[in-house]
Design a protein around this ligand. Structure first.
Ligand SMILES: Cc1cc2nc3c(=O)[nH]c(=O)nc-3n(C[C@H](O)[C@H](O)[C@H](O)COP(=O)(O)OP(=O)(O)OC[C@H]3O[C@@H](n4cnc5c(N)ncnc54)[C@H](O)[C@@H]3O)c2cc1C
Length: 470
């Protein structure tokens, strides 16, 4: 980047909010995704929407890439500055703008840490349901841009279901306001939804209005353990078939249970093949009834034992066990690649078995956990990015895993987004027509291609492999 342009950009935020040293640039050259790295030219922390408009206008004039970055916890290389340029941080834009109890909405800046939203609304008896496992560190701007999901997704849905309005700086520096607080609004295309999950490729989100719901009156937590994967999968199906929608219905395989127990020592049995974490919230009488029925169904499907949390402290410990799955697994080998293949609920057992077969075929360690109730599985490969031969096997294995998920009626990502990592696979899911529509939207909104270039749209689609599984 020319010194003159750099000076112009730094003058907008002031030099105390700009990072330009080699060490600082290195720190923002990667995110939570292994094996992707590229250097930015400068890192800026704007203080307002107006600052961002001024930055974007300079970047548009000189065709400089802009990479919006929340906490960088995404797992698809979505914030790697692939083509250099300006990394925008929101650490100064993390404030509550309005809590509107009459309309049950909260309006915040994008840099607010997700869990802080509940800390703000809970004292008012309100609740913001989306709870990505990363919620204590990820930002709401990142959650909106990835359409993140969480453990409560089965009953309450994902981030998209709570985003009511956005303020966005467009790639030409103009301001777009979408949606609002209305319960009903059908005027024109749904631009709010277009921006949810757009991964920073269509503009910079600077304000977010979310809907809230009344906080549930009570909650109960149960673990069920199985000797066979199929039994755990059957328990999931029979719970849904019994017309119960639990808040949480999570799955961990043997490898994950062993690692979490080794890490946390919370008394999980390590001699079982699968575990379900089940929660229900709401009116105490209904919760009591649902939990009793779910317990019965788990036992009927062959659970070897169950563990019912007696107190909220105990429940939180069981939840943390599942939430810590990734961190626990990450201790095992130098590189952890967590994927996000999703299948219809009824195919969970088939998918988990296929993942194991693929791992064996390529001589890899892949543990699986995830949101059983949503069919959203996270096959997690414990590997070493320095071993090039092993990395080739990892890539081939994940190609087969994605292909198998699509063959079962699933998708390449249920919540983590496409970013750069999964861009070569997107066409497998959306087809040529889907890619054409998406490319045309991108061209229309960002004709200079300055917003997070190299993400979502790959130069080439990966060749599909032919998958044979017994
Ligand atoms: C341990 C761990 C657990 C996780 N668990 C979950 C989970 O349960 N569910 C889940 O869905 N994900 C999960 N993730 C993935 C990740 O945390 C989420 O995708 C999260 O939403 C990213 O938030 P972030 O603030 O870190 O955003 P970043 O990673 O910084 O950015 C994510 C994307 O959003 C864009 N972006 C960020 N802010 C803006 C903005 N203001 N305007 C426009 N674009 C913007 C970026 O350009 C990028 O494309 C997990 C990750 C880790 C490391």
């Amino acid at each position: 980047m020319e010194t003159k342009i750099l000076e112009q950009l730094v003058a907008i935020t002031g030099s105390q909010y700009a990072k330009t040293t080699a060490a600082q640039k290195l720190a923002y050259s990667y995110d939570a995704t292994p094996n992707f790295q590229a250097m930015p030219d400068v890192i800026l922390s704007p203080g307002s929407t107006e600052d961002i408009q001024a930055i974007v206008k300079v970047c548009a004039t000189h065709r400089i890439p802009i990479i919006s970055r929340g906490s960088g916890t995404n797992l698809a290389a979505g914030t790697v500055p692939t083509a250099g340029g300006v990394v925008l941080l929101f650490n100064r834009m993390n404030q509550l703008l309005e809590l509107d109890e009459g309309n049950l909405t909260i309006t915040v800046q994008p840099g607010m840490i997700t869990s802080e939203i509940n800390a703000l609304v809970e004292p008012k008896g309100l609740f913001y349901p989306p709870d990505p496992s990363s919620m204590n560190i990820s930002t709401i701007g990142g959650n909106v841009s990835e359409n993140s999901g969480g453990l409560r997704g089965l009953k309450y849905g994902v981030t998209r279901d709570y985003v009511k309005g956005l303020t966005i700086v467009l790639p030409n520096g103009e301001l777009l306001k979408t949606g609002g607080k209305l319960a009903k609004d059908v005027a024109g295309y749904d631009l709010t939804s277009l921006y949810v999950g757009s991964e920073g490729t269509l503009g910079v989100i600077t304000e977010i209005t979310l809907s809230l719901i009344p906080a549930p009156a009570s909650k109960q937590t149960l673990l069920a353990f199985y000797n066979h994967l199929e039994e755990a999968a059957e328990a999931v199906s029979s719970i849904i078939a019994a017309k119960i929608i639990p808040t949480t219905l999570e799955f961990m395989d043997k490898g994950t249970i062993e690692t979490v127990e080794d890490f946390m020592n919370i008394g999980l049995p390590t001699d079982c093949e699968a575990m379900l974490l089940i929660e229900q919230d709401g009116d105490p009488l209904i919760v009591e009834k649902d939990m009793a029925l779910m317990h019965q169904l788990c036992m009927e499907q062959g659970a070897t034992s169950t563990q019912h949390a007696q107190t909220e402290v105990e429940a939180e410990q069981l939840r943390i066990g599942r939430r810590s799955a990734l961190s626990a697994l990450a201790r095992k080998r130098p590189t952890t690649i967590l994927e996000d293949a999703t299948v219809p609920r009824s195919e969970i057992a088939n998918m988990v078995k296929a993942i194991q077969q693929i791992a064996d075929k390529y001589d890899l360690v892949i543990c699986t956990f995830g949101h059983a109730g949503d069919g959203n599985l996270h096959p997690t490969c414990l590997t070493d990015a320095r071993d090039q031969e092993e990395m080739l096997r990892v890539e081939a294995a994940f190609s087969e895993i994605f292909e198998h998920a699509i063959q079962l009626g699933g998708t390449i990502t249920g919540e983590h987004g496409v970013g750069e990592m999964k861009s070569p696979y997107l066409e497998w899911k959306v087809g040529a027509a889907g890619m054409e529509v998406m490319r045309n939207i991108k061209k229309a909104v960002d004709p200079l291609q300055i917003m997070n270039p190299g993400k979502i749209f790959a130069k080439d689609t990966k060749k599909r492999v032919v998958v044979q599984h017994g």
